[in-house]
Design a protein around this ligand. Structure first.
Ligand SMILES: Nc1nc2c(c(=O)[nH]1)N[C@H]1C(S)=C(S)[C@@H](COP(=O)(O)OP(=O)(O)OC[C@H]3O[C@@H](n4cnc5c(=O)[nH]c(N)nc54)[C@H](O)[C@@H]3O)O[C@H]1N2
Ligand SMILES: Nc1nc2c(c(=O)[nH]1)N[C@H]1C(S)=C(S)[C@@H](COP(=O)(O)OP(=O)(O)OC[C@H]3O[C@@H](n4cnc5c(=O)[nH]c(N)nc54)[C@H](O)[C@@H]3O)O[C@H]1N2
Ligand code: SF4
Ligand SMILES: [Mo]
Length: 791
């Protein structure tokens, strides 16, 4: 058979690069870069190189499994999908009949399955459960929730035209978020400034014009310091602030509490350097503050994220080319938010969402004040950006499973999410899932989480399904591809799972599509195209924006399709996106300013026209003082909450070091990939990074096994010595388990030995007070010991 080349959207991490799959005889030969790429043409990191080993792997789950012995006992029997779905539906019905639909909870991370929570939420909303949780509560989902309160959406960085980039711990590398890394490199080559805030001398910190080596977890204080400098030295954009912001005077008063000397004392960075950075940022606009998980995972997360939104507004870097840009939903395609049917979940069920009153930001209640502004701006009250809105508080859900308070949660589905290891308090999650009446896992591999399930269902990977994806509504351009290969064994996509369950639970009318292709056909009905034409010919479907209306775009698509010329349009569109910078420069160079502007504003990211409709907040403006936060009893202004004052005498403490967990590793993706032998050969064991001097003082050498211990638990890591990390900080790699170790309890493939969740308790003192997310970044204390000395 001849070689076929197929466009696919990579989900080996959450960057969604376009790749080309080389397929022969139905088998993947290799994955290469792809020219019609949204972020950067022909970009690919190291992970897809090993895709065959990753997915054609002896450890891949191929058939539905049912537990036979004790929960966690490692005994399984193979059953058919038919039997699995019959039994799951029956057991779920029993739980719902006895305890109500709110006794059913789900945890997923949609970037893995790409089908989006559209279907998960749809099922839950129709059934009547508000208890959805996700790994994105610690990553980007919460950024979107907080930013929405400030400016009505969550902006996307325009690297191509920016003059300055500010990275809060964001550590892009050729093998971590490759697309964005090369956008960064191109911006640097153009002369854009780079400011990096990082307690380590990270890869990006070493590239920066200014590196602020702040104490971990102090980003909110640092940002408040910048805001104060920018206001006091009148570096803010007065026009934008007076026309488009509310609460400037209140913000000014609050920021005054953060003069340089105080911020310097909190962050450990010299005052002069802080001021220099603030001035560099404010005088090199438009600037971008790209998403980073560092500010998603701190006790002061909400304030840090609020500050980022405020900084964008003060410097007029919001919704302008070269700044951080919010986009309208693509009117031609039915969004996941619409598919989710949040309006169908009755208010009395929304009111039952677990943990909402304690930690409201990401919940229905917390987001409620934004429903009306969203309806006004977009005609739809619910916009689940990055899937970070409308979710329950994960620790509250696990508590309800364990203790039955305030009401029991008895059935739980974990879909493409290694739930046991991807929140805090792994011990508590273990007790929680052991206590369930029904626990279903859908994954590619027998993860430690799956080992505790009643039913394990085999999922498909990104090569084996058609995809229609727009980064969970972050952008309005859709990637659309057909499947490249057939799934092995009885692996199935997530839509199949929900459809089969819906049919058995009497909800078939709301899941009328027989497969993903039919679902996508429904979603793209507004384009006038068939799914086949779209997925084959237009890998990137951009949103229409002024001056081109949806109608005109639709007509163009129809005309081209009718004449068999869609491929022409495809090249035009993707190269327009890719070449926009050059084209704009071309026009500018010739003094054709209107053309240059048109090109810049329309073809690049087409910022949503707030000048016409206002921002999607209650005031229609950027809320420096947040009325939404106020409405849910939270501080409407950002602040700094010092839960750990700098140590007086660290040597005398039992736990003298600060802990940050979650450091990522090049070949792996979060907790996935440890079964790939070539990767393990290169990077065989979990590692913790500590300063060379700190290690030496304890007799620890490079590569020694050590315990990392908090007052909650301890794990084993190999010591990785570095001069780049602060002396009192320990950085623990996330996501380690070993598929070759014994499955089932007690070992769970090493999940107790190596997983950072073991170190993190659920003490509210370590929760961000508004979102309830557990701190992963320096608020907790720990110690390290060579293993031989404690045996
Ligand atoms: N190869 C690979 N790439 C990945 C992933 C993967 O697993 N493998 N995971 C993806 C995912 S899910 C995510 S969330 C991203 C994470 O991507 P990044 O945000 O780039 O995260 P890290 O690579 O962990 O680097 C984080 C940096 O933050 C610094 N840091 C630690 N604490 C603080 C703090 O309190 N404040 C500040 N300002 N900085 C701090 C660390 O020293 C480190 O240099 O990477 C994505 N890319
Ligand atoms: N303790 C702790 N918790 C954390 C973090 C941390 O550093 N420490 N990091 C946080 C961050 S930044 C993030 S992004 C989240 C990540 O949370 P998740 O995205 O849930 O990541 P994983 O825990 O690796 O679980 C993903 C699972 O999905 C499976 N999978 C991958 N692709 C597919 C697919 O196509 N179909 C199916 N069915 N399954 C698939 C993988 O095999 C893997 O078992 O966790 C957050 N939670
Ligand atoms: S950065 Fe690598 S793993 Fe992530 S989407 Fe791109 S190619 Fe895939
Ligand atoms: Mo993440």
């Amino acid at each position: 058979m001849p070689l076929e080349k197929k466009h696919v959207v990579c989900s080996m991490c959450d960057q969604a690069c376009s790749l080309e799959a080389h397929v022969r005889d139905g088998r993947l030969e290799k994955l290469s870069g792809y020219a019609d790429q949204l972020m950067m043409p022909n970009v690919r990191c190291c992970k897809p190189v090993l895709a065959s080993e990753w997915y054609y792997n002896e450890n891949r789950l191929l058939y539905p499994l049912k537990r036979t012995g004790e929960r966690g006992g490692g005994q399984w029997t193979r059953i058919s999908w038919e039997q699995a779905m019959d039994e799951i539906a029956e057991k779920l019905r029993q739980v719902v009949d006895k305890h109500g639909p709110e006794a059913f909870a789900c945890s997923t991370s949609e970037h893995n399955t790409q089908v989006g929570s559209g279907m998960t939420r749809r099922f839950m909303n129709l059934l009547g459960s508000p208890n959805y949780i996700s790994g994105v509560s610690l990553c980007m989902g919460n950024t979107a929730a907080v930013n929405s309160m400030t400016c009505g959406g969550y902006p996307f960085p325009d690297y191509e035209q920016t003059r300055c980039m500010v990275f809060f711990g964001h550590n892009l590398r050729p093998n971590s978020w490759a697309g964005e890394y090369y956008r960064l490199k191109a911006a640097r080559a153009r002369g854009a400034k780079l400011i990096v805030l990082d307690p380590r001398k990270s890869h990006c910190a070493k590239m920066a014009d200014i590196h602020l080596q702040l104490r971990a977890g102090t980003d909110a204080a640092m940002s408040l310091g910048w805001i104060n400098v920018i206001i006091e030295e009148e570096l803010y954009n007065k026009k934008f602030v007076s026309r488009w912001c509310v609460g400037f005077d209140e913000l000014k008063q609050r920021a005054r509490q953060y003069p340089l000397d105080r911020v310097s004392q909190i962050t450990g960075v010299p005052a002069g350097q802080i001021r220099d950075a603030a001035i560099m940022y404010a005088t090199n606009t438009p600037a971008i503050i790209p998403w980073t998980c560092a500010t998603d995972q701190q006790v002061n997360s909400t304030s840090a994220l609020r500050c980022q939104g405020i900084l964008r507004a003060l410097t007029n870097s919001l919704n302008v080319p070269g700044g951080d840009v919010m986009v309208d939903p693509n009117e031609m395609i039915i969004s996941e938010s619409e598919l989710e049917l949040h309006e169908r979940l009755p208010q009395e069920k929304k009111d039952l969402q677990l943990g909402a009153k304690d930690y409201p930001v990401m919940t229905y209640w917390g987001q409620q004040a934004l429903n009306e502004p969203r309806r006004k701006v977009w005609g739809h009250s619910y916009r689940n950006l990055m899937k970070g809105m409308y979710m329950a508080h994960p620790p509250a859900v696990f508590k309800a499973m364990r203790e039955g308070v305030p009401y029991p949660v008895r059935a739980f589905f974990s879909i493409a999410n290694n739930t046991l290891m991807c929140y805090s308090n792994q011990q508590g999650i273990f007790e929680a899932v052991k206590n369930l009446d029904l626990f279903v896992v859908n994954d590619l591999f027998m993860t430690p989480t799956a080992q505790l399930a009643d039913y394990v269902l085999p999922g498909d990977c990104f090569l084996e399904r058609p995809v229609l994806y727009n980064f969970q509504e972050w952008i309005s351009t859709y990637l659309s591809v057909e499947k490249a290969i057939e799934p092995p064994g009885e692996c199935r996509d997530v839509y199949y799972f929900w459809h089969e369950l819906a049919v058995r639970m009497g909800m078939e009318a709301h899941f009328p599509w027989k497969n993903l292709e039919e679902l996508y056909q429904y979603r793209i009905s507004g384009t006038g195209l068939t799914w086949e034409a779209l997925s084959k010919n237009l890998p990137l479907l951009t949103a229409p924006a002024p001056p081109l209306t949806a109608g005109a775009m639709k007509l163009t698509l129809k005309l081209f399709a009718g004449m068999g010329l869609l491929p022409l349009l495809r090249n035009g569109m993707t190269s327009m996106l890719r070449q926009h910078q050059k084209t704009r420069e071309f026009f500018e160079h010739r003094g054709m300013k209107r053309m240059a502007r048109l090109f810049r504003d329309y073809f690049v990211l087409s910022p949503y026209p707030h000048k016409k409709r206002g921002f999607a907040t209650p005031s229609g403006k950027v809320e420096l003082y947040s009325s939404v936060m106020e409405s849910i009893g939270c501080d409407p202004l950002p602040y700094w909450n010092e839960i750990y004052p700098p140590d007086e005498n660290p040597a005398e403490e039992k736990y003298p070091l600060r802990l940050f967990v979650g450091l990522r590793e090049d070949g792996y993706f979060i907790s996935a990939g440890r079964h790939v032998k070539k990767l393990r050969k290169h990077n065989p064991e979990p590692r913790a990074m500590l300063h060379t001097q700190t290690a030496r003082e304890k007799g620890i050498n490079e590569g020694d096994w050590i315990y990392v211990e908090t007052d909650w638990g301890r794990i084993k890591m190999k010591a990785q010595l570095s001069e780049d990390i602060q002396k009192d900080l320990v950085g623990v790699r996330h996501g380690w388990w070993k598929p070759e170790m014994p499955q089932g309890t007690p070992e769970l493939c090493g999940a107790w030995d190596y997983s950072d969740g073991v170190l993190l308790n659920d003490d509210p003192v370590f929760f961000d007070p508004e979102q309830g997310l557990p701190d992963l970044r320096g608020a907790r204390k720990c110690r390290v010991m060579p293993i031989f000395s404690s045996l």
